[in-house]
Ligand binder design. Structure first.
Ligand SMILES: C[S@@+](CC[C@H](N)C(=O)[O-])C[C@H]1O[C@@H](n2cnc3c(N)ncnc32)[C@H](O)[C@@H]1O
Length: 388
C-alpha cells in the first residue's frame, strides 16, 4: 500500500464561478488534511485528490500567474518555527541543481525542509518525501507558503519510483537525497538515536516500522551483532561489544540508550579519543533498523531513469561507507564500457546514463564548518543524465 501525505494549495481565483465555488469547498475539506492531520491513503485516486495541482500534471501544469512564480532572492527563512535541522552544503546543492521556474525537483529527504525551501525560493516546483512523520509535519508547516508548488509524500526513498509513478510524475529536472538522520533525531531523546541522551532504544525514522534497535540488541545472535557492527560501521571492537551485549542481556534486556552506551564505554574505554566509544555501535544499529544502505543502493539503481536528459542527481552522505556506495554507483553508471578479467574484451555498459559532475566529493568550506560543525562529515557527489 502506498502511503501519501500532501500539502494542499488554496486555488488562486478572482472571479467566482460554480467551478471555483466547488473547488474552494473541496480545498477547505482538503485543508483539514494539511500539516498535522495527515490521512493515510492507499489508492491512486486518493493520491490524485491530494496532489495540489492534479494527477499527471506535475510536469505539465500550466504556469500560474507570474506574481506567484517569481523566483525570490531573499534568504531562506525558518519563520517562527523551533530549530529542527540546519541544511548542509546549501550553496553547492543550488549550484548543482540550478533550480528555476518550470523545473521540477525531487527532494527524497525532506527533513526540516531547508533544501526544499531554497529550491522553492528559486521558483522550482518540489515534490518531496520523508519516512518520518515529524519531518513531514515540521517541513509541511514551514513550506505552507509554497503549497501551490510543493507536495510532500510519506515514504521511503527506496520506493520513490512507485510513489512518484502513482502521483503521475514522468520526468524530473533534479533529484536530491541528503541521507542519514536530522539534528532533530539526535536532539529528541525519545527517538532513541543519541548515545548521550537517555531514551528508549528505538532509532526508527519511520515510527510505524516493526524493528527497533532494542529488538536487534536483545534478539540477534552474537555473530549477527558482530557482523552488523563490522558491515554497517566498521567497528574494530565489534567482537568484544557483541560478546558483552549477549552476556549482559541474559541478566537484563537492553531497553535504553544510556544502558547500552554506558556498557560499551565500560568495556571499551575512550582513552582520550574524541569519539564516544558507542558511536559506531549506534551507527550500526541505526543503519540496521532503517536498512539505510539497502535503501541507498536501491534508490541509486533506479534514480537515473527518472531524470530528463541534462537533469541532475545530487547525493549528500555523512560517512565513508555511504560515500563509497554513492561513488561506486556513479562510477558504474558513468562508465561507457565495462570489463571483467574473464571476458575477452570490454563490453558497452547498458547502464551508462550519467556524466559525473564531481570527480571527488565536495566538502563544506571553513565558513560553513564554523557555523555548523555537523557539516564536517558531509560529502556531496553529483552527476548529470546524459542525452538519450
Ligand atoms: C539529513 S536529514 C535531511 C535534511 C534536509 N535536507 C533539510 O534541509 O532539512 C535526513 C532526512 O531524511 C529522512 N530519511 C533518511 N533516510 C530516508 C529514506 N530512506 N527514505 C525517506 N526518508 C529518509 C530522515 O527521516 C530525515 O528527516
Amino acid at each position: 500500500m502506498l502511503l501519501a501525505r500532501a500539502t494542499i494549495a488554496s486555488p488562486l481565483m478572482t472571479v467566482p464561478s460554480l467551478g471555483s465555488v466547488l473547488a474552494e469547498s473541496w480545498s477547505r475539506v482538503l485543508g483539514l488534511f494539511q500539516v498535522g492531520v495527515w490521512p493515510w491513503f492507499g489508492t491512486s485516486d486518493a493520491m490524485d485528490d491530494l496532489m495540489p495541482w492534479g494527477r499527471g500534471s506535475l510536469t505539465s501544469r500550466p504556469a500560474p500567474p507570474s506574481n506567484d512564480m517569481e523566483p525570490s532572492n531573499e534568504p531562506v527563512s525558518t519563520r517562527d518555527l523551533p530549530f529542527y535541522h540546519l541544511p548542509v552544503l546549501m550553496q553547492e546543492v543550488l549550484d548543482m541543481l540550478q533550480p528555476a521556474p518550470g523545473k521540477l525537483i525531487f527532494d527524497g529527504t525532506l527533513g526540516g525542509g531547508g533544501h526544499s525551501e531554497a529550491l522553492l525560493q528559486k521558483g522550482a516546483r518540489v515534490v518531496a518525501m520523508d519516512q518520518d512523520d515529524a519531518a513531514l509535519d515540521y517541513a509541511g508547516e514551514r513550506l505552507k507558503p509554497y503549497a501551490d508548488r510543493f507536495c510532500a509524500l510519506k515514504g521511503n526513498f527506496r520506493d520513490f519510483a512507485a510513489v512518484l509513478g502513482e502521483a503521475g510524475v514522468t520526468g524530473l529536472d533534479g533529484m536530491l537525497i541528503d541521507i542519514g538522520v536530522s539534528s532533530h533525531h539526535l536532539d529528541a531523546a525519545e527517538r532513541g538515536f543519541s548515545f548521550a541522551k537517555e531514551g528508549p532504544l528505538d532509532m526508527r525514522m519511520n515510527t510505524s516500522a516493526p524493528l527497533t534497535a532494542a529488538d536487534i540488541v536483545n534478539t540477534y545472535s552474537q555473530e549477527d551483532l558482530e557482523r552488523i557492527m563490522r558491515e554497517n560501521a566498521e567497528e574494530p571492537q565489534a567482537r568484544r561489544i557483541a560478546r558483552a551485549i549477549v552476556h549482559d542481556r541474559e541478566k537484563q534486556p537492553f531497553t535504553t540508550t544510556l544502558q547500552l552506551a554506558e556498557m560499551i564505554a565500560r568495556i571499551c574505554p575512550q582513552h582520550g579519543r574524541k569519539k564516544h566509544p558507542a558511536t559506531l555501535t549506534f551507527q550500526a544499529l541505526r543503519c540496521e533498523v532503517n536498512q539505510e544502505y539497502n535503501a541507498l543502493r536501491e534508490f541509486l539503481a533506479a534514480a537515473t531513469k527518472w531524470l530528463k536528459p541534462g537533469g541532475r542527481l545530487v547525493v549528500i552522505s555523512f560517512h565513508s561507507i555511504e560515500d563509497r556506495i554513492v561513488k561506486q554507483a556513479f562510477q558504474h553508471q558513468s562508465a561507457a564500457f565495462i570489463d571483467r578479467p574473464e571476458w575477452p574484451e570490454a563490453k558497452r555498459n547498458p547502464d551508462c546514463t550519467l556524466r559525473l559532475l564531481t570527480k571527488k566529493p565536495i566538502e563544506a568550506g571553513e565558513i560553513e564548518l564554523s557555523l555548523n560543525p555537523r557539516a564536517r562529515s558531509a560529502r556531496l557527489r553529483a552527476a548529470e543524465r546524459l542525452p538519450e
